[in-house]
Design a protein around this ligand. Structure first.
Ligand SMILES: C[S@@+](CC[C@H](N)C(=O)[O-])C[C@H]1O[C@@H](n2cnc3c(N)ncnc32)[C@H](O)[C@@H]1O
Length: 253
């Protein structure tokens, strides 16, 4: 029942082979909430209402890091979007913010202006993202050439204000078109990296149709280099290659 609920709420599908992780996470949270002896119906009722955000925070996968496949973003900014003076870029499933801040740092280094919006369905990760503060260890993920964009304190690092001001965050659910009302055709590029790998075919299609609507004409969808968009989506997006990276251009439908 909880597996169905998280699927309905986020499109994230737990297949059999990930059920062990699922059970482990649920058991831990039930214990913390003192619900370990409650009936399944009571547990599901709790997570459908007041515990909804807790469930979403817990069952989505927040793994990310600064400059994850950074070269792909450099190619996006320096090649794909080189003729766009001030691009609007979305980081869909931005987790704790390292991806949108990486985009902003790359724009800054190329002396470009632009707007970056990080979207995520989990409120917990967005709170961390907005704080713009990260553990000191994460400095190692930031290449030397980019370290001027963070302030290094004794125990943490903080994103420099001018980079921070380029980035906004918003809670939005990729499978709910209502969350994106008023933003249709706004973005020159949408990054959606390492997010759709947790979706099944049906929720992936809903998400890709929403992204299609958010992009401008000929806007670019960016997946991680290990994700490939099947032919069934080639009516929405056309693949193209720059250097060793694949990107997807929005097609008119
Ligand atoms: C593995 S992280 C990827 C972070 C970043 N894009 C990267 O590649 O490093 C996946 C993120 O997608 C978010 N996510 C999952 N389902 C979502 C949905 N339906 N709508 C918006 N975000 C979602 C999760 O909360 C999580 O923060």
């Amino acid at each position: 029942m909880l597996r169905d609920l998280i699927y309905q709420l986020t499109g994230n599908y737990y297949p059999e082979e990930r059920m062990k992780i699922f059970e482990y996470k649920i058991e831990r949270v039930l214990k913390n909430l003192g619900l370990e002896n409650s009936s399944p119906e009571k547990v599901v009722a709790y997570f459908s209402k007041e515990g909804r955000d807790t469930l979403i925070d817990l069952m989505t996968v927040p793994e990310t890091r600064f400059f994850r496949e950074g070269e792909q973003i450099e190619v996006l900014v320096g090649e794909v979007l080189k003729h766009v003076p001030s691009p609007s870029i979305a980081s869909m499933g931005c987790s704790t913010g390292q991806e949108p801040y990486t985009v902003a740092m790359i724009l800054k280094r190329w002396k470009r202006s632009g707007t970056v919006i990080g979207f995520d369905v989990s409120r917990g990760v967005l709170e961390k993202a907005s704080s713009a503060v990260y553990p000191l260890e994460e400095l190692r993920d930031i290449p030397e050439d980019y370290r001027e964009f963070v302030k290094v304190k004794e125990k943490f690092i903080e994103i420099r204000e001018d980079v921070r001001y380029m980035v906004k965050f918003k809670r939005a659910n990729l499978i709910d078109p209502k969350d994106f009302e008023g933003m249709e055709g706004f973005f020159h590029a949408v990054l959606c990296r390492n997010v759709l790998i947790y979706f099944d075919a049906k929720s992936k299609e809903v998400a890709l149709r929403n992204i299609h609507k958010l992009l401008r004409r000929e806007g670019t969808l960016v997946l991680s280099s290990t994700e490939i968009l099947g032919k069934e989506f080639h009516d929405l997006f056309e693949p193209f290659k720059v250097g060793r990276f694949f990107f997807y251009r929005r097609k008119d439908t």
